[in-house]
Write a protein that binds this ligand. Structure first.
Ligand code: FA5
Length: 342
């Protein structure tokens, strides 16, 4: 009977019906059979009845398996056919954000020179962000980096108060406290300032800090290193020049300009006709900074060692590399902008 029924199965619904009729747990024919036969059988006949029942059950199960495996009809398959030779619609692939990419590129340039990579906290203490970087309390240079402070800190001593770091320079001190000289490290990271946003300023931006400390490090080493880095980032025809500047934590200090990559130094709108664009600050580490580091690591004795440091704005470098004229685009999340970097 089961064989006959199975031979007529042509649709998935009929197969399911067959399963229910024969193998259904409550009302199935096999269930009824086992209830009536096995339970009422004489004890000495049970063994054989059981074996024959199991044989029957596996016949029905394999009939069901064959019927289910037979699948839908040829016409049903033809109706659902997919042409796998058609070109697919391409989904959007994620891509590295241009700021992340630029930051990694800068780090790579210095890693190739033997620099290691460090990080530090974005919520920083006044001590690391300012005091240990030789901005004493009340020093006017603090005003050059308008600071976003964490609320309700007034009861703490000034040096312990928390703020959003205004530059990556505090990680110089954190690194020196952990590692004796010699030291070569780059520190990529996010920084914040209480500044109005415009085409070239953002209240949140990124810097890559560099610090090199050893015996006999000179300003020539600083110039050579940064000139190499700018050529590695912008191409070998780029020129650099150094202008006197001021940072409390370096002496002497300099601002570094590169020849405008848009006009090759002739003068254009991007470089305000000057032929040069300012990209970063740098200088020789001030002995006062080494004195703070020497409190934890006596090796930072300014009589024995010297060093240079620099800090570059990643957005400014990315704007130059990719010809972006408004810094706000990096933070807009606008897919039309971001897709260009995919
Ligand atoms: C500093 O922050 C120093 N810590 C850099 C430094 C480190 C000097 C080590 C010496 C030794 P400054 O405030 O100039 O310096 O910022 C450094 C760079 O960050 C600038 O050259 C610029 O490229 C970028 N930058 C500054 N402010 C902004 C801003 N609001 N938006 C985007 N980029 C900015």
């Amino acid at each position: 009977e089961a064989r006959q029924a199975a031979s007529a199965l042509s649709t998935p619904e009929a197969v399911e019906e067959f399963r229910l009729v024969w193998l259904g747990r409550k009302q199935g024919k096999l269930k009824q059979l086992s209830d009536s036969l096995l339970k009422s059988a004489a004890p000495e006949a049970r063994r054989e009845i059981g074996q024959r029942f199991n044989a029957l059950k596996s016949v029905v199960e394999s009939l069901l398996e064959d019927a289910a495996g037979a699948g839908p009809s040829d016409s049903a398959l033809a109706a659902e056919a997919i042409d796998i030779t058609l070109p697919s619609t391409r989904g959007l692939l994620g891509a590295e954000h241009p700021i992340t990419r630029t930051m990694n590129e800068i780090v790579q340039v210095f890693a190739a020179l033997g620099y290691s990579v460090g990080v530090g906290p974005e919520v920083e203490t006044d001590f690391y962000n300012f005091e240990s970087m030789n901005f004493p309390p009340g020093h006017p240079a603090r005003d050059t980096q308008d600071t976003l402070v964490i609320a309700n800190q007034e009861r703490r001593p000034l040096r312990d108060r928390l703020l959003l770091r205004t530059h990556t320079s505090p990680v110089q001190m954190r690194t020196m406290e952990q590692q004796p000289p010699p030291l070569r490290i780059v520190i990529p990271g996010k920084v914040h300032r209480n500044e109005a946003d415009d085409a070239t300023h953002s209240s949140t931006f990124h810097q890559v800090e560099g610090l090199c400390v050893d015996t006999n490090i000179t300003f020539s080493d600083l110039k050579g290193t940064l000139d190499h880095a700018m050529k590695a980032l912008f191409g070998s025809s780029v020129k650099t020049r150094f202008f006197p500047s001021f940072f409390p934590f370096t002496e002497p200090s300099a601002d570094v300009q590169i020849s405008c990559i848009f006009c090759g130094g002739k003068g254009c709108r991007r470089c305000k006709q000057s032929g040069w664009i300012e990209l970063l600050g740098c200088g020789m580490v001030d002995p006062a900074v080494f004195a703070f580091a020497a409190e934890k690591q006596p090796g930072y004795d300014p009589k024995k060692i010297s060093g240079f440091a620099f800090g570059m704005g990643v957005e400014r470098i990315a704007m130059m590399k990719y010809g972006v004229s408004d810094i706000g685009q990096f933070f807009s999340g606008d897919m039309r902008f971001l897709e260009q970097f995919a």
